[in-house]
Write a protein that binds this ligand. Sequence first.
Ligand SMILES: [Zn+2]
Length: 153
Amino acid sequence: MGVAVDQVGICSECGTVDTSDPCTICSDPRRDASTIVVVEDVSDLWALERASAVSAHYHVLGGTLSPLDGIGPDDLNISKLMERVESGGVNEVILAVNATVEGQTTAHFITDQLARFENVKVTRLAHGVPVGGELDYLDEGTLAQALRARTKF
Ligand SMILES: [Zn+2]
């Protein structure tokens, strides 16, 4: 079984790519488990990690809602996110999605889905993120600043 340990797989908790499941981020006790940063894909997670912007948990959607491309909520890792919030202990969900039409559509959808959890604050990145901007193209300072100055959705 030694070989399997080194194989890259998908974390069943957050959806990121790692050699262990749960991944090293999900299983890190020093991270703040009450905050979940929602990102579109793994490269955005890595961009945030490089910026050392936050020491929280993540949730990787695996894309954005895009009706024109036939991508609906069931095609993304959204129901697992709801499960994680529902299981308790989450105080804040940060929607760190790209400032694209699809990203914002996705953010609105998730915000609606989370509305029933009254004790969970939903925030998004401040407008340091340029319109149409993709997170993984931002420099680390801008990204960290956008996260720190996040606003309530
Ligand atoms: Zn994980």
